[in-house]
Design a protein around this ligand. Structure first.
Ligand code: HEM
Length: 120
């Protein structure tokens, strides 16, 4: 789910020294913005990337970033989602999306719904 629709849309880095990044010569202090959502739809990394499939096993997404600054809260976020979704589905097994027009928050760098109505 995080690969398909992650809440953090980009991350960034400031170069500590001159170096070539992905074939592009860059200088100390330059900034790089990484589109995490874009990387998560890279067809070289994810087969059939536009397909939402929670049974995928070969997932190596970057919704939590990567490298040294990888999200510190990732294990907690995973645990919260596993527990929360399981409890919700057990408690409301007939839960369905209610008909609605989805409204997305307008916050740069983040992606999420204002609200999501369901029928139980
Ligand atoms: C689904 C939930 C979450 C997502 C998708 C997420 C995503 C991210 C991303 C993309 C970064 C930047 C990583 C990078 O630049 O490589 C980050 C950093 C961070 N996240 Fe999360 N995060 C989530 C939940 C949390 C939670 C629950 C906490 C704390 C309780 C947390 C704490 C942090 C911290 C402290 C950093 C900065 C790490 C550093 O700079 O070394 N995150 N997160």
């Amino acid at each position: 789910m995080l690969r398909y629709e992650g809440p953090v849309t980009f991350s960034g880095r400031i170069l500590p020294d001159d170096r070539v990044v992905a074939g592009c010569p860059m200088h100390k202090g330059d900034s790089i913005t990484v589109a995490l959502g874009g990387a998560n739809y890279d067809p070289r990394l994810h087969k059939d990337p536009h397909k939402f499939d929670v049974t995928r096993e070969d997932i190596d997404h970057v919704a939590f970033g990567g490298g040294r600054r990888y999200c510190l809260g990732a294990p907690l976020a995973r645990l919260e989602a596993q527990i929360g979704v399981r409890v919700l589905l057990n408690r409301f097994p007939t839960m369905r999306l209610a008909p609605q027009e989805l409204k997305w928050k307008r916050v740069p760098g983040f992606r999420g719904l204002e609200e999501l109505w369901v029928e139980v």
